[in-house]
Design a protein around this ligand. Structure first.
Ligand SMILES: Cc1cc2nc3c(=O)[nH]c(=O)nc-3n(C[C@H](O)[C@H](O)[C@H](O)COP(=O)(O)OP(=O)(O)OC[C@H]3O[C@@H](n4cnc5c(N)ncnc54)[C@H](O)[C@@H]3O)c2cc1C
Ligand SMILES: NC(=O)c1ccc[n+]([C@@H]2O[C@H](COP(=O)([O-])OP(=O)(O)OC[C@H]3O[C@@H](n4cnc5c(N)ncnc54)[C@H](O)[C@@H]3O)[C@@H](O)[C@H]2O)c1
Length: 451
């Protein structure tokens, strides 16, 4: 027997959970299907566990920076205890998430969902039907087109390591490699990052990335560019990664090799052909209302949607809010991906929002680019944060902030302040009028927005 629902949500990550909870609160008959733990990647295998481990391990560097300043403790990481500490936060999440969804009137179903036809889903021996189906199945580590894939570990594996291997290799020089390399290096591992292109963290300001690379090298991380991974082999006592670098090959040995070369959409097992849902290598093809271009009953949100937006938790939530509004009112709201803040949670952290300096330079005299070495500013000097820098881009005619780029121990907080100013179009002159708590990195907003 086919059971009918007002809406069916596949995947309980930030996108799916937000959509389901909102519909449950509105008394829709809604089911959410999850094949793993409720909550999805961000709280279980992504942002949150990573941030817990980063928040602890960065004290190794903070401590080292303050030797000779009155601090006499020696900070070392006990990996087993670190993993236990992380688990204390993460393990209760799936149960709590499922309970909270149920309390909001959502039916939670455990199992792998796949389509039977354009509006019917099969899961756990049941068939569910709806004319509103949300695919919010997220993404998984991309399969590298190389031999020896079976020897590769993933970010999920890293977050559950009972002991930290001595030598770690990360393939890919993006967010995950840098964040995890910082955690591992501060916990005592020898870490190498192998990046195929000329540059790591490609989207960020090059000179700030160079500073981050130097800071990473200071804690023992090797960053090797121009190294495209070709194969991985098992060798005595570990693994060997063979990279191609121009016409030659290079070899890198480690005890564990982690693939962090991007993430691909979770679509393989959804039976999208029978659902008449078109997709490409980035995921479900949607129109600006987040509706499948080939099946009107199906919408998509988050990492699995092929929108060109970055794979970030706030985007997943934003997509879900657009879908819900369109389901409630009919297709009215389109997605606009603009001025999205992003932070690499290393120490120092690297953050950006809005226009890049290269884009600003193309605009010539119409924009002002403020560049600051913050290392001598009070908040940074007192903690010996020598890497601290900022760039702020201002529209000369309107005084609006167009972009901000920050590297420092405070970049995550400050970049959010700039995101607020940019998204709400607050003018530099008004930002300077605010009375800020002092002394604090936030109170620097007055100097950072000088016109
Ligand atoms: C290591 C790491 C660190 C990250 N750090 C950050 C960060 O600091 N900040 C940030 O903004 N973003 C971060 N991200 C990205 C962020 O986690 C994702 O953008 C976000 O989780 C996407 O949400 P989603 O709902 O689209 O998908 P997901 O959170 O991936 O949820 C999808 C869910 O669908 C389920 N599912 C898949 N297929 C099926 C099926 N057929 N049937 C039933 N269920 C299914 C999955 O099990 C999963 O639970 C990080 C990602 C990783 C991997
Ligand atoms: N702080 C955050 O917000 C955060 C943290 C982690 C992950 N994420 C999200 O998850 C996504 C995936 O993260 P990621 O680090 O896996 O991907 P990424 O896209 O950030 O970086 C992957 C890197 O791997 C390189 N690469 C690809 N193939 C390679 C090969 N054969 N050899 C060597 N290098 C190769 C790419 O050139 C790229 O620089 C991110 O794009 C981001 O959207 C966000």
């Amino acid at each position: 027997m086919t059971e009918r629902y007002d809406a069916i949500i596949i995947g309980s990550g930030p996108a799916g959970s937000q959509a389901a909870a909102e519909l449950g609160r509105r008394n829709w008959k809604v089911a959410i299907i999850e094949e793993d733990g409720f909550g999805g990647t961000c709280p279980l295998r992504g942002c949150n566990p990573k941030k817990i481990m980063a928040a602890v391990t960065e004290f190794v560097t903070k401590n080292a920076q303050l030797q000779g300043a009155g601090l006499v403790s020696d900070t070392r990481i006990d990996w087993k205890e670190l993993i236990q500490y992380k688990r204390k936060f993460i393990e209760p999440v799936p149960k709590a998430k499922e309970k909270s969804l149920r309390q909001q009137g959502v039916e939670t179903i455990h199992g792998k969902a796949s389509f039977v036809n354009d509006k019917t889903i099969r899961v756990a021996g049941r068939e569910l039907m709806s004319e509103k189906i949300l695919i919010a199945t997220g993404a998984k580590p991309a399969k590298l087109p190389i031999d020896g894939l079976e020897h590769l570990a993933t970010s999920d594996d890293f977050l559950e390591l009972e002991t930290l291997p001595k030598r770690l290799i990360f393939i890919g020089g993006g967010y995950i490699s840098f964040e995890f390399a910082h955690i591992a290096a501060r916990s005592g591992a020898d870490v190498t990052i192998l990046q195929r292109g000329d540059r790591v963290l490609e989207g960020f300001e090059h000179d700030f990335v160079d500073i981050l690379v130097k800071e990473s090298e200071k804690i023992g991380i090797r960053v090797e560019c121009g190294q495209s991974a070709k194969r991985v082999e098992k060798v005595d006592g570990g693994y060997k990664v063979i990279t191609e670098t121009g016409d030659t090959e290079a070899e890198w040995e480690g005890d564990l090799v982690i693939a962090a070369a991007g993430r691909s959409p979770n679509i393989d097992e959804l039976n999208l052909e029978d659902a008449k849902v078109k997709y490409d290598k980035s995921g479900i093809i949607v129109n600006p209302f987040m509706q499948s271009t080939t099946n009107p009953y199906v919408y998509s949100a988050g990492d699995v949607a092929s929108t060109g937006a970055p794979q970030l938790t706030p985007i997943a939530g934003y997509d879900a809010s657009v879908v819900i509004e369109n389901w409630i009112r009919g297709n009215e709201r389109k997605t606009v991906y603009q001025d999205i803040p992003s932070v690499v949670f290393t120490y120092p952290a690297l953050g950006e929002v809005g226009m890049s300096v290269a884009e600003a330079k193309e605009k010539g005299s119409r924009v002002k680019i403020n560049e600051y070495d913050l290392s001598n500013w009070f908040s940074y000097k007192i903690v010996n944060d020598q890497a601290a820098r900022a760039k702020v881009i201002i529209n000369r005619a309107t005084g609006e902030i167009l972009g901000a780029h920050i590297i420092s121990g405070e970049a995550d907080q400050l970049i959010n302040m700039f995101a607020l100013c940019i998204q709400l179009k607050i003018k530099a002159e008004d930002i300077r009028k605010v009375i800020y708590a002092f002394p604090s990195p936030g109170s620097d907003m007055q100097s950072l927005t000088a016109e």
